[in-house]
Design a protein around this ligand. Structure first.
Ligand SMILES: [Zn+2]
Length: 315
């Protein structure tokens, strides 16, 4: 059996044919077009290329930012460059004779973990994707959390500082305003501009926009005081939010994915320590905090997992 997975990103559309074991056996990609007509054309081309390479799929799974209605595949809310897709049904943009499932990209990542990864066989699991922003998803009593209108799981927008910075969502002090690649880079730039004695300043003072979150984590590990102060503060807020979510949802496992999770021990060691201090009283057990089990940087396997998850739930 083959399923097609499609990840719709702001700059590229990635697609792949994925087998039942989660292996991507054929892949293709194209730049994201600026309007619906070209968009439809690109999807048709990607679908036919992959069908020719891997055979007719049992279904197509699509991951996209925003708020998606999974049953109808309608994109209810989608701000930003892909706004022209808002209100459309993804199934209407794809070949009519193949079943289509769609969901937002954070839930798609969790679907991959449910079918092949760290949430497999778990009835309660929590996932955070730490990247440019913070994505979230949860499995609650065996089902992917959606909420009344499909907004459930936006854990990056949990308020961690009621008087904090304005967030892209309109709220103030969301977790994402403190722990995200963008927020950490902004803190580093602020430190450089204040004139803090740091290798960040030596390396980036004349090219501020090139500061990366990765550089901050690397320099924190090597003992740089500014980098360490920025990392430790961000991790503290992340741990506080995560501890709250764990007490609210009581997961069997916490999965931390995304580009910042590649910092490895530099993130996971202080995070697990802090989370334990904050949750031990009620949880009375160590909940494993792990990296994703599915290597899926493109989001294609997770999108295809929507198709396999649907087949499983039908029996
Ligand atoms: Zn927010």
């Amino acid at each position: 059996v083959i399923a097609l997975g499609i990840d719709i990103g702001g700059t590229r559309i990635k697609a792949g044919a994925v087998d039942e074991d989660g292996r991507v056996i054929a892949a293709d990609a194209a730049p994201t077009p600026p309007n619906v007509t070209e968009f439809r054309g690109v999807l048709a081309e990607l679908t036919s290329t992959l069908t020719a390479a891997a055979g007719r799929p049992a279904g197509i799974g699509v991951g996209c930012k925003g708020v998606i209605e999974p049953e109808t595949t309608r994109i209810a809310v989608l701000p930003g460059t892909l706004h022209f897709l808002e209100g459309m049904r993804l199934s209407e943009l794809l070949p009519p004779d193949i079943p289509v499932r769609a969901d937002n990209d954070a839930r798609v990542a969790m679907a991959g973990e449910m079918v092949w990864g760290a949430a497999r066989g778990r009835r309660n699991a929590l996932m955070l994707t730490l990247g440019t922003g913070v994505g979230g998803a949860a499995v609650v009593e065996g089902s992917l959390l959606r909420g009344a209108a499909g907004v459930g799981g936006h854990f990056g927008h949990v308020t961690v500082d009621p008087e904090g910075a304005l967030c892209i969502c309109g709220n103030r002090g969301c977790l994402e305003t403190i722990f995200s690649a963008r927020a950490i880079e902004a803190e580093a730039i602020a430190g450089i501009l204040r004139g803090c004695d740091s290798r960040l300043r030596l390396q980036y003072h004349d090219r501020l926009p090139e500061v990366t979150c990765q550089a901050v984590f690397d320099l924190a590990e090597s003992g740089d005081a500014l980098a360490r102060a920025i990392r430790d503060r961000a991790v503290k807020y992340l741990a506080g939010a995560l501890a709250g979510l764990m007490l609210a949802l009581d997961p069997e496992v916490v999965i931390i994915g995304g580009q910042i999770a590649e910092a490895g021990d530099s993130l996971f060691e202080p995070l697990t320590k802090e989370v334990w201090q904050r949750t031990r009283g009620l949880l009375t057990r160590h909940v494993p905090v792990v990296r994703p089990g599915v290597e899926d940087a493109t989001g294609v396997a997770g999108a295809a997992a929507l198709v396999y998850a649907m087949r499983t739930s039908r029996g």
